[in-house]
Design a protein around this ligand. Sequence first.
Ligand code: GLC
Length: 431
Amino acid sequence: MRKLILALLVLVLLVPAQLAFAQDDMMDFDCGTDEEVTIKYFGDPVGSHPEAEEAIIEGFQELCPNITVERNEGSASVTDLIAFYLTAFEAESSDLDVIRVDVIWPGQLAEHLIDMSEYASQEHIDAQLPALIDNNTIDGRLVALPLRIGFGMLYYRSDLLEKYGYDAPPATWDELEEMAAAIQAGEREEGMDEFWGFVWQGNAYEGLTCDALEWHVSATGENFLQSDGTISALSDASVAIYEQAASWVDTISPPGVVSYQEEEARAVWDAGNAAFMRNWPYAYTLSQESENIPAFDVAPLPAGESGQGASTLGGWHIGVSKYSENQEAAAAFAVYMTSVEGQKTYSLITTSPPAAVELYEDPEIIEAMPFASPDVVDITTARPSNFAKDRYNEVSTLYFTAVHSILTGEEDADVALELLELDLEALFEEE
Ligand code: GLC
């Protein structure tokens, strides 16, 4: 009895102390301004998880009721989104206050974004994966605060693998091809006319750069543009892997895959019409919610001729426009969104692994994202944005255009890759 009273006493004393601590924490939050202002945030596209950003905006407005955050949905195509940002920034438009910054864009957008280290505390910055802070620091300025990471993964229908007698997901592209073809043939025979083996991102846009880079590195062990500027797009192994990918179109992958972005691939998968899908972590919760997917799991992407698989690093960060008329309020929102609390909310709803290191030990995060690990940043393949900086968009456009021409059969792989090498050389010679 005495123990019980003691325990109750501890509870009565501790709980309000903790609440008071949380409130203090919130009372300390710097909204940047007392004025009534509206800021425009350019966020996730339609079809992803708008509720994650809405939850963050709600939490922010409780702390800073004088700041209204207007959420705008950005384009689903990263290639269209960068074009939109660049047009607005070049016109020095004050229409954008806070934007999502793709992991490949700090060098591309640095001159248009403010230095967030003037607004975020050192503690806030130190809480993030160091590689991301490095990635976002351009000429000593921290141009975006990390929000989350992403990486390419292989989704597979575990029920179908079992049904067709496979006890593990494919370790190589050849195995994937064979399994996809067998499952597709079996399911079609059972009347699933729309069923396909493998769906992925084949449209001519940034997403194809991500998928193709995974093929390239798995085949050759190298990036097509290395961190010291060496160009290695063309080799026997690279020609072979791009030809192999082209052979998937209209065999194990739908003919329309050459116009698929993430959401088109996911639509086929979500309808229960694909055995395998290459996609990002965001598709994990959405796959759990699908009524047409009896069982699925995720695995690393298959290996190619190099003997290893590769996964492209993705992810999103938050930056504030230099042309914003409400920079303080905009920076306060960016800081709130990327705080450990903000990241946790965002991460749990979207199953996108966070940027804050400590969240990888959070039981809720571990349960929601069993595939997440803070080491991912070191083992994934980065697109060549650190080398290319403000030329990255051009590099990527040359690359995905060349790969797309191979996929559609417009150009032979060796010719397309040779031309790509010449174009890349010319691009960097111009400097
Ligand atoms: C995901 C990734 C991003 C990548 C994009 C390509 O959003 O997080 O880094 O550029 O897909 O479509």
